[in-house]
Design a protein around this ligand. Structure first.
Ligand SMILES: [Zn+2]
Length: 82
């Protein structure tokens, strides 16, 4: 999907499918993206009411171009809510 960030368009390959806090399958709510030269940190929130935690999805630039590949989410928690 395309994301406009700091006046540039970045093409992100996908959102994470698993919450790193509660470890359930989710469709995260995207909040704020931070762009550095070759990476994007995207703050997201888990939509599950019993979790609702925020986490950061990390993307790296797949050169050349504006395509960013999802690598992992942080933090990964061993805490697991219902
Ligand atoms: Zn969660």
């Amino acid at each position: 999907m395309y994301l406009k960030i700091d006046g540039e368009v970045a093409d992100l390959d996908s959102f994470p499918h698993i919450c790193p806090i509660c470890h359930h399958g989710i469709e995260p709510k995207p909040k704020i993206a931070f762009h550095a030269s070759e990476l994007i940190d995207y703050l997201m929130q888990c939509p599950r009411e019993t979790c609702s935690h925020g986490f950061i999805a990390r993307y790296v630039l797949d050169s050349p171009g504006s395509h960013y590949r999802y690598t992992h989410s942080v933090p990964i928690s061993s805490y697991c809510c219902a």
